[in-house]
Write a protein that binds this ligand. Structure first.
Ligand code: XMP
Length: 517
């Protein structure tokens, strides 16, 4: 396994995902991890991430020097390379030319890390690599024992190595896809240099999890809240396979789900897979509590609290349940760990668990806790979940509650469901669904005038939103074809009663958020 020490770069999680894609287990931890913890982790290799900080700052983040004498290979990326150079006696200075974006690296042929990896061959016998750079500082003096393994016009030390000690540094980011040979470089590091095998595969992960779950749970019963989202769906499939009828799921239909969603969840789990699912139809209860509530945060609170109340009611009717299962995944863990140390950028609140009553005394079961979303999806497919469910766009916990601006009513929810369904159906038909990261319709209660047939109408507006993003922290609006938008608009105006105007949202994030509330 590989240890990644995080200096807070926006790409740190990406490094971990790439290492996992190479079939190697890794964990991401804060850069100041204590040496005894590092030794306990027993990594086969260490990767130091990038950072928005500068090594020349007074309190620049460092790693414990023991990292370099563990006897395992270390790869520093960007800031990680600079900090390695600085900590081992080299020099780092502000670069004359900051480099952001595309650059071409001339790779020297002899290094173990970059040998035979190239995008183009150069007449001078170098391998040329197209890479993604993002740095303001540069290594200007190498520590003893290091050699140059790559350079650019602006960075004489774009790659460095002390082959004898297994220490490597790259000024560019192999973890981003703009660095075309990035995955090969990381593969080379983890497999050939660190000697890790390719044991981290969906099949192995499932086999290991099944065993762990059976071991910890024994003959006891497990409760799981199904949301319709990917994570809880995969937990359900996994636990069902591990412990069969010892799993009880509760699924709350809050009336704020997408068209047919509740029935689909019941079909997949209860009917096809034979999972025990208790369905609670709570539309009225949610809508009653939401009556007159207009403030977005207040709506989120009401929906979260109502959910907890209902879940509690159902849970307390069940006897002998000892475990509560949750679809926590690795980014949630990383983000909440970051939140404690003040490093997180975004914190998602997991309203569906936070408030469970203490006296339930349930033990927590989180079988996906160390997996990334793409790994969770692969496992879902391997466990036989339908791919429309596994590759569905994310859907917020408060559901349509935050897509109906202002007060939530049943009429608005029904209208929005229809419009949303048309948009999604057409995206699928045009093969655009998988090309956007998230797409949905929003119900705007402002009224606008329209003419349908010979009749003047004065009705609410539907906004369409579609974005492309990797991490949902920043996003660009999807440049959907005009003809496609035209088709969707016509269908909505013709088929959804009470809508005579459709608009398309062209706001990026930032400054907009993805959701409208
Ligand atoms: P924003 O709107 O903050 O959304 O740009 C980023 C991602 O998070 C989802 N989202 C939520 N998910 N509860 C959730 O479980 C929420 O309250 C919530 N608000 C936003 C949103 O759909 C997008 O994928």
């Amino acid at each position: 396994r590989i240890l990644i020490l995080d200096f807070g770069s926006q790409y740190s999680q990406l490094i971990a995902r790439r290492v996992r894609e190479a079939g190697v287990y890794c964990e991401l931890h804060a850069h100041d991890l204590a040496p005894e913890t590092i030794r306990g982790f027993a990594p086969r290799g260490v990767i130091l991430s990038g950072s928005h900080r500068s090594v020349s700052e007074e309190d620049a983040p460092m790693v414990d020097p023991e990292v370099f004498s563990l006897g395992v290979p270390v790869l520093g990326l960007c800031y990680g390379m600079q900090v390695m150079a600085a900590q081992l006696g080299g020099q780092v200075s502000a670069a004359d030319h900051k480099e952001y974006g595309y650059a071409q690296v001339r790779a020297r042929g002899h290094s173990r890390l970059l040998r035979d990896i190239e995008d183009h061959a150069s007449p001078e016998g170098y391998g040329l690599l197209d890479v993604w750079m993002s740095h303001g500082d540069c290594v200007t003096d190498l520590p003893t024992g290091f050699q140059v393994i790559g350079e650019t016009d602006n960075a004489p030390y774009a790659g460095i190595a002390d082959e004898a000690r297994g220490l490597y540094g790259l000024q560019f980011h192999p973890e981003v896809t703009h660095t075309r040979q990035g995955q090969r470089i990381l593969d080379r590091f983890v497999h050939e240099i660190c000697g890790c095998g390719r044991a981290w595969t969906p099949g192995n992960i499932i086999a290991e999890r099944l065993e762990q779950v059976r071991q910890s749970v024994g003959a006891e019963q497990v409760l799981l809240g199904l949301s319709g989202g990917v994570d809880s769906a995969v937990v359900a499939a996994l636990l069902h396979k591990a412990i069969g009828a010892q799993l009880v799921c509760v699924f709350v239909d809050n009336g704020l789900l997408r068209l047919d969603e509740a029935d689909q969840v019941m079909r997949t789990f209860a009917r096809h897979m034979g999972v025990r699912v208790i369905r609670v139809d709570a539309e009225r209860r949610f809508l009653e509590r939401l009556h007159g509530v207009e403030d977005p945060e207040q709506k989120r609170k009401v929906i979260g609290n109502t959910f907890i109340d209902i879940f509690d009611d159902e849970a307390s009717k069940l006897e002998g349940v000892k475990w509560l299962a949750q679809g926590t995944i690795y980014p949630d863990v990383i983000e909440s760990a970051g939140a404690r140390t003040g490093k997180a950028r975004v914190i998602k609140s997991h309203h569906n668990v936070a408030g469970l009553p203490e006296q339930m005394n349930l033990k927590l079961l989180e079988p996906l806790r160390d997996l990334f979303k793409d790994e969770v999806r692969q496992i879902g497919i391997e466990l036989g979940l339908p791919s429309e469910m596994v590759y569905r766009h994310p859907f917020p916990g408060p559901g349509l509650g935050v897509r109906i601006l202002g007060e939530v009513t049943k009429a608005a929810a029904d209208t929005l469901r229809q419009a949303d369904q048309i948009f999604i159906e057409e995206l699928r038909r045009a093969d655009l669904y998988d090309q956007v990261s998230q797409a949905f319709a929003v119900y705007l209660p402002v009224r606008s005038v329209g003419v349908v047939g010979d009749n003047r109408q004065y009705e609410p507006v539907i906004a369409l939103r579609a974005v492309e993003t990797i991490d949902f922290m920043t996003a660009r609006w999807a440049h959907l074809p005009y003809d496609f938008l035209d088709l969707v608009c016509r269908r909505i105006v013709n088929e959804v009663k009470g809508i005579s105007r459709v608009v398309y949202d062209i706001t990026g994030k930032p400054p907009g958020t993805i959701e409208w509330e």
